[in-house]
Design a protein around this ligand. Sequence first.
Ligand code: SF4
Length: 468
Amino acid sequence: MTSYQPATSFRAADPPLMARIGDWLRRHQRAIRWTQWAVILVYATLLIAPTLVSLPGRAAHIWDNVTLFAQFVFWGIWWPGVLISMLLFGRLWCGVLCPEGSLSELASRHGRGGAIPRWVRWPGWPFTAFILTTVYGQMVSVYQYPKPALLILGGSTVAAIAIGYLYGRDRRVWCRYLCPVTGVFGLLAKLAPMHFRVDRNAWDSCPPKLGRTATVTCAPMLPLHNMDSASACHMCGRCAGYRDAIELTARAPGSEVVEVSGRSANGWESALIIVGLMGIAIGAFHWASSPWFVIAKQWAATWLVTHDMIWPLSTSLPWWLLTNYAANNDVLNLLDGALLLAYIAATAAAMSLALGLPLAAAARVLGPWNWQRFHHLAQALLPLAACGVILGLSAQTVTLLRADGFDLGWIGAARVTALAFASAWSLYLGWRIAGKYAGNAARLAATGAVALAAAAPVLAWSLLFWIW
Ligand code: SF4
């Protein structure tokens, strides 16, 4: 792992605070590695310890039961916290704290260093891996039980180490191409108010004595000279000050979505926003509370019984395929499993239409049909997509805290505020993006269509939090 070590610098003697923070990160790589080991230790403990004890009884609390404590920390604090950190600091979590990324990079340092195969570079992995893990997580109740958590998170860590061992040298091949949340993190980081900015003039005119011949190990393999997005940057700081041209810089939140996504947004990112974050993920958070799910289940069960087909109601599967905890009175039969998949798929289809059609109308009123414009407009919905998954994950925090007697009377107001803020931000981004393509009436009409698209996830979250 190589960080840039400047010999001297012609930058301002007193650089802005943000640039100094970037330089601090570069100078403290050893401390960062020790921090990573500490996170790995906590991560392994929280994953493994709950699988070694029996499941908690009804009288157990977060503070006296290791399983509930780990559940609370993982799904209640850790994951929502990581998502919020993406919005605040970009992918600092990935570069500085993520245990999977650190282990994968370590394995890569001592591994075979093979060339990265084409199948690994397939751009559809971030979308596909997110969908598969989200759906599988629901099938095995990953939020509720320790063994599925170990299987999914631990399995992902083992895969990250194996990919690191096989491909690349000192690199994070897993994080760049295959991590199930790399696509989501990359999208959320576009909204962050900071990034490592490259001054191309300074880069090109950098004299050799300032280190233009030095190298930097950028673990996610970014082309530093052309970097104009925070999406794939892990904010590790190793390139801070490189050629006197790269520094951590503040920017307007969401400015990348307006200024850069017109060139960089693509179909896989739109699919992840529309089908993944606002379709599959909403279905996954919805189904267990949905009265429609109950109605469908009653109808299907009645139909099966009247047709003498009892086996879908009486057959269960091993816990690693479908939730099966008889001692806790929590067993999904085949019908439950099939309906769960159907419910999530139907939600994804309905949300894709409810979001895709208004976005297509917005793209069309701004000019002749153009997919790139559609993808650009889809990114206006990123604040709402981020808010949704954070609220969905924090619902687990709320459930656990309420079960332990905490009074969270303020949570409804907090949710309304978060949704209102995210909606306003999405509309603002839609307005700014539309302004890139047209003025006046067309811009207003396109923003109205974006508002129509934004209404769909707001309605979906309102159903979950206030109507059902
Ligand atoms: S561009 Fe690469 S080296 Fe620079 S901060 Fe981002 S991940 Fe680190």
